[in-house]
Design a protein around this ligand. Structure first.
Ligand code: GDP
Ligand code: IMO
Ligand code: MG
Length: 422
């Protein structure tokens, strides 16, 4: 069976740490969507690692890692990351597999991302500029190049043809940056990539499942950044939700068992777009400071606010979440009072549903207030050691969502995760 770990908010919920924690219980960890826009942080000893392309199970020598067909892959980022991981003694020949159907991010995709964002002016998405949108556009536009094609002798010709197409678009944007250095890096990285394990991902994973192996699918971004269900157009370009596991890996829906949804105990967003519970005040600053809320990929400050149960319940619904994992509970340790958004007030009317065009509305969050625990929680190792007020906060969230929090993360460390009996 396949279990899934994915983000329920706007990304950066702590998926990397959680996947790394559970990876030892699985034979395969597979990324099913997204690309180097992701930044998944985990710790090996006291060393902080941020993974962008490689699944977060890679530091477990008995776990195979698969980059699925639903991912968009930048060979340059992959090569850099492989060098870091290999430095830890990980044998990538044994540990890392890449689907031949995975689409490639070309240097011109990055250039197009930059040009398109610039042209949007104040309406810009706040893209990570990693070429994600243009690469997925070439996939759905039936132009893109896939990893399997790297092994074809006509690859360079196909590359030049697509590059010319991109150049015309770049000229339209008046994009004048010289990307020769990007292309040199790209071709160097392509040679490296060709030496890795390139496989037929869908047979590979289904063979593993047929042998009774345990598979963990790792999501990138978050449900509110999903191309269909997120805060469009301020979203990413892939399906970040459970359904994305099926088309991003080639596994059938009935193979999916647990869907573990990760949420912070509060909420953050990086980039543009609606964020009803955002706190543009001292409390928001405090959350940013205490939670070290700066992007793992771009270093940008993350926008911070209270937990939004309206959006979370929506995410639980579209993902079929079976278990919730709440991260960064320790970040709330010093707050005297906490707020939880239970409804949206739009034009004087209350609703507990996520509207389709959030970005165009004035949404006032309706809050329920909670006493903070106002006590350190990061040294707790068992549920009994967690503050009672934290437990009532979690109990309210369980009841609202109709899905229970099964784990509470109380620090960034590998061992800071506490299982809760429900
Ligand atoms: P991801 O993209 O979902 O993997 O999340 P990121 O790695 O972008 O951001 C999560 C950040 O929070 C990282 O810096 C983690 O080290 C950190 N983190 C994860 N869980 C916890 C936690 O429970 N408490 C604290 N204080 N930090 C955490
Ligand atoms: P992880 O996997 C947080 C955001 C960007 C931007 C929008 C579109 O680390 O949770 P894109 O580069 O996809 O064109 O950007 O989505 N975004 C993320 N925000 N975490 C991520 O990944 C993100 N990946 C993209 O900031 O607003
Ligand atoms: Mg991240």
């Amino acid at each position: 069976m396949v279990d899934v770990i994915l983000g329920l908010q706007w990304g950066d919920e702590g998926k990397g740490k959680i996947v790394d924690f559970f990876a030892k219980d699985y034979d395969v960890v597979a990324r099913f969507q997204g690309g180097p826009n992701a930044g998944h942080t985990l710790y090996v000893g006291d060393q902080k690692i941020v993974l962008h392309q490689i699944p977060s199970g890679v530091f477990h020598t008995n776990t195979i890692n698969l980059i699925g067909n639903g991912v968009v892959l930048d060979p340059v980022t992959l090569k850099k990351e492989c060098d870091i991981v290999a430095g830890f003694g990980i044998d990538l020949k044994k540990n890392l597999f890449i689907s031949e159907r995975t689409h490639l991010i070309l240097p011109t995709h990055r250039a197009l991302d930059k040009a398109a964002e610039l042209s949007k002016g104040t309406q810009k998405i706040g893209s990570t500029l990693k070429g994600i949108g243009p690469a997925y556009m070439d996939k759905t536009g039936r132009n893109g190049l896939r990893v399997g094609e790297l092994l074809d002798k006509n690859f360079t010709t196909a590359y030049i043809k697509l590059r010319l197409k991109h150049q015309r678009l770049l000229d339209n944007y008046n994009f004048a940056e010289d990307i020769t250095a990007w292309e040199e890096e790209f071709f160097e990285a392509v040679e490296f990539l060709k030496e890795l394990n390139i496989v037929n991902g869908e047979y590979f994973i289904n063979d593993q499942l047929a042998k009774g192996k345990r598979v963990l699918a790792e999501g990138a971004q978050g449900s509110m950044l999903d191309i269909d269900f997120g805060t469009f157009p301020f979203v990413t370009s892939s399906n970040t939700i459970t359904a994305g596991v099926c088309n991003g890996l080639g596994v059938a829906p009935q193979k999916i068992r647990d869907v573990m949804g990760v949420t912070k105990a509060y909420c953050t967003r990086v980039g543009g777009g609606p964020f009803p519970t955002e706190l543009e005040n001292e409390t928001g600053e405090e959350l940013r400071k205490l939670g070290s809320e700066f992007g793992a990929t771009t270093g940008r400050p993350r926008r911070c606010g209270w937990i939004d149960l309206v959006a979370l319940k929506f995410a639980c619904m579209i993902n079929g979440v079976t278990k919730i994992i709440m991260t960064k509970a320790d970040v709330l340790d010093s707050f005297k009072e906490l707020q939880v958004c239970t409804a949206y007030s739009i034009d004087g009317k209350q609703t507990a549903e996520v509207p389709m065009n959030m970005g165009k509305m004035r949404i006032e969050p309706v809050y329920k207030s909670f006493a903070g625990w106002d006590t350190p929680s990061s040294t707790a190792k068992t549920p009994a050691e967690l503050p009672a007020t934290m437990k009532s906060y979690v109990k309210y969230i369980n009841d609202y969502l109709g899905v229970n929090v099964h784990y509470i993360s109380n620090g960034p460390g590998r061992d800071q995760l506490i299982g809760i009996d429900n």
